[in-house]
Design a protein around this ligand. Sequence first.
Ligand SMILES: CC(C)(COP(=O)(O)OP(=O)(O)OC[C@H]1O[C@@H](n2cnc3c(N)ncnc32)[C@H](O)[C@@H]1OP(=O)(O)O)[C@@H](O)C(=O)NCCC(=O)NCCS
Length: 170
Amino acid sequence: MDAKRQEDSISVAAQQVLPQQANAAGNIHGGEIMKMMDGTAGIAAMRHSHTNAVTARVDELIFKKPIKIGDYVTCTGRVVYTGRTSMEVFVTVESENLTTGERKIALTAFFTMVAVDKYGVPTAVPPVLPGEDVFSQKLYESGRKRYKENRERRDRKVEKRGDTRFYDIL
Ligand SMILES: CC(C)(COP(=O)(O)OP(=O)(O)OC[C@H]1O[C@@H](n2cnc3c(N)ncnc32)[C@H](O)[C@@H]1OP(=O)(O)O)[C@@H](O)C(=O)NCCC(=O)NCCS
């Protein structure tokens, strides 16, 4: 399969935060924004692989800044690293105060999405290439490191497993 560029998979979703998405203090619920991030990661994975993709893992989900009712939220995802069937998607959430114009990066996370066929069986994806810029290359390298560590941990646990329900986390 021909390699693809990180930027070819960029997906974007945007919305204004409404009162029903927030708690009594006016902050958006964590689950609301995580759902948006998951959906954005899924579209980026599908743009890259042209297959259905399921979420297998989320790493380093960080809530850096609060998001308030009325803020305009833009969620952006791109495939930054690939294994054989898995894709790591870097997702950022920027919030903008529409009154002041202030913008900030509110959340970031790395989603591992797995390409699956119509039977739910993992299927191969095209490799992704890092871009020319240093940031893109750093994302690629950190994706490779996480992939390797997660893979080794899973393989090690599978060998040692006792209770098979939790073999990959304990
Ligand atoms: C994701 C899923 C298809 C993987 O199935 P599996 O039988 O473990 O498949 P494999 O062992 O062949 O792994 C397939 C790929 O997934 C990756 N993977 C599987 N579990 C992973 C985990 N916990 N963390 C990171 N990567 C994982 C593997 O590294 C492999 O990637 P590679 O081909 O690039 O090396 C399966 O666990 C699943 O269907 N999970 C539910 C997904 C879902 O429904 N998500 C929606 C939210 S509930």
